[in-house]
Design a protein around this ligand. Structure first.
Ligand code: FAD
Length: 459
């Protein structure tokens, strides 16, 4: 449709980038205390008290951060406990916590170099909206170039076709311009050289100028472009919080919020222009970096097929000490969080049977549900004696993972509370050698499940 639309209307795809939404000004003589270096709100900058929400996340001290998987070289799953004492943050089982990550060091350096801003990274800038009715400055200012790229905009996602189209006109040479225009205008070509290899904005800028994207980015290895910063601010979306199901109950942990996060890491596809490489999720690897720092560990480098260079194969590192080192106090790290209410709750009537299916990290909210139920059961027993739970409905959790000794989350808890419906997909296997999944367990248990869903649903 768009091709025809452009022809009939006489417009060009991507031309929206022709008119700037913002003006960016380099500022001198700004009081350094008033410059945002990654603080997410005015209250955080001025250290004033106030409600903690999505606009003013709470820098929560990490009281525990541990690994749940035992096959460490392959995959990670991080259990983190945030201390929310004195923050005013409250939660219910089933709520979500939003964690505000920053971008990894390597991508910040890459884009600073590609934008020719590396030497000016700490220059203070002001940004104003040319028409506040149409576009608000999406993050707090005054700030610095490096801060914007590290804390405020999402430079780590796969670069979109539209922004590449906009940036083609700022190419440092005609070859780069023609390659970027082709990527921006030809969907299939975009998918082949950017989408499937999962290239980020900085990597695409490097690729089309012929730089080697697998090395450590520096001013000597990255070709600088002359892209006005207002174009970047207009075209790259704000870095968003990552949401996690809270895996604790406030009845047992009123002062802490637990998260069970599987760390996202996958191999991209190769393309005619790039080798396959590891891609790391921003928020989950931020938590992994925090877990390692909490234990004084360094990330083990990973080698893909033995041929990749170190910069592209080691776990990303982050500026976890935060703005003005506010997130690293007395060797305890903090991360900015807020709580988002959810309607995912246990019914208040304990007679209603509960059927929970949560393989892998899908078990996270149900860990909170189990804690909630245990707390309620203890209270009922205290109040009404040993028969108090007799009329309570069944409380079933179907859980699955690859193998008991690898990724069985919260195995010790399982021992304590006797969750019986658990399955391992790699081992043991069915008699015919095929894998067993959660649905196989449920099929075995179908008579009981049919009773719960059909007969006992109304108590
Ligand atoms: C309500 C809610 C609750 C959640 N609860 C939990 C929880 O309890 N535990 C948990 O671990 N996660 C949970 N998540 C997911 C979590 O929010 C993050 O999405 C996840 O941690 C990945 O974030 P990231 O920043 O590491 O990855 P990002 O940097 O955001 O990258 C994610 C993107 O990578 C791409 N991608 C992923 N895999 C591949 C692949 N193989 N090939 C190509 N592209 C790929 C996809 O486009 C995906 O959108 C929840 C999400 C929501 C919305």
């Amino acid at each position: 449709m768009w091709e025809e639309f452009s022809r009939v209307m006489g417009v060009r795809e991507g031309a929206g980038g022709d008119s700037a939404d913002f003006t960016v000004t380099e500022l001198n003589n700004v009081d350094s205390n008033k410059v945002y270096l990654g603080e997410l709100s005015a209250r955080a900058l001025n250290k004033t008290k106030g409600i903690h929400d999505t606009k003013n996340p709470f820098p929560a001290p990490i009281q525990t951060a541990r690994e749940l998987f035992t096959d460490l070289h392959d995959r990670n799953c991080v259990h983190v406990e945030f201390n929310v004492e004195g923050s005013g943050l409250t939660y219910q089982h089933g709520d979500h916590v939003g964690i505000w990550p920053s971008n990894p060091d390597i991508e910040v350096a890459r884009l600073l170099c590609a934008l020719g801003l590396y030497d000016k990274r700490d220059t203070v800038i002001g940004i104003e909206s040319l028409d506040p009715a149409l576009a608000k400055v999406p993050f707090p200012v005054p700030t610095t170039y490096a801060t914007v790229l590290r804390h405020y905009i999402d430079i780590s996602t796969v670069a979109g076709r539209q922004i590449l189209n906009i940036l083609a006109r700022f190419s440092p040479n005609p070859v780069a311009a023609s390659e970027l225009s082709k990527i921006g205008s030809d969907k299939e070509y975009y998918s082949l050289v950017v989408g499937k290899p999962c290239l980020k904005l900085g990597e695409v800028l490097q690729l089309v100028t012929g730089d080697d994207i697998s090395g450590v980015p520096s001013t000597s290895t990255v070709t600088p472009w002359n892209i006005p910063f207002d174009v970047i601010v207009s075209a790259v979306p704000r870095l968003q919080a990552r949401y996690y199901s809270i895996s604790s109950s406030p009845k047992i942990h009123p002062q802490s919020i637990h998260v069970t996060c599987v760390v996202l890491k996958y191999q991209s596809e190769s393309s005619p222009k790039t080798n396959a490489k590891w891609v790391f999720g921003v928020g989950s690897n931020y938590l992994l970096d925090l877990r390692m720092a909490t234990h004084g560990e360094k990330a083990p480098p990973m080698v893909a097929n033995g041929d990749a260079k170190p910069a592209s194969v080691s776990n990303p590192t982050y500026a976890i000490a935060g703005p003005r080192n506010a997130y690293a106090v007395d060797s305890i790290y903090k991360a900015p969080i807020h709580v988002r209410r959810s309607t995912f709750r246990l019914p208040t009537n304990p007679k209603i049977p509960i059927l929970m299916v949560g393989p892998g990290t899908g078990v996270a909210p149900f860990r909170g549900f189990v804690q909630e139920r245990v707390a309620l059961a203890r209270k009922a027993l205290e109040k009404n004696g040993p028969d108090a739970l007799e009329t309570w409905g069944q409380f079933l959790l179907y859980y699955g993972c690859r193998a008991e000794n690898e990724d069985f989350l919260y195995k010790r808890t399982q021992g304590q509370i006797r969750l019986t419906h658990c399955v391992f997909s790699i081992w043991p296997r069915k008699p015919d050698g095929s894998k067993i999944y959660v649905q196989d367990l449920m099929w075995e248990d179908r008579e009981n499940i049919a009773k719960i869903v059909g007969e006992q649903k109304e108590v």
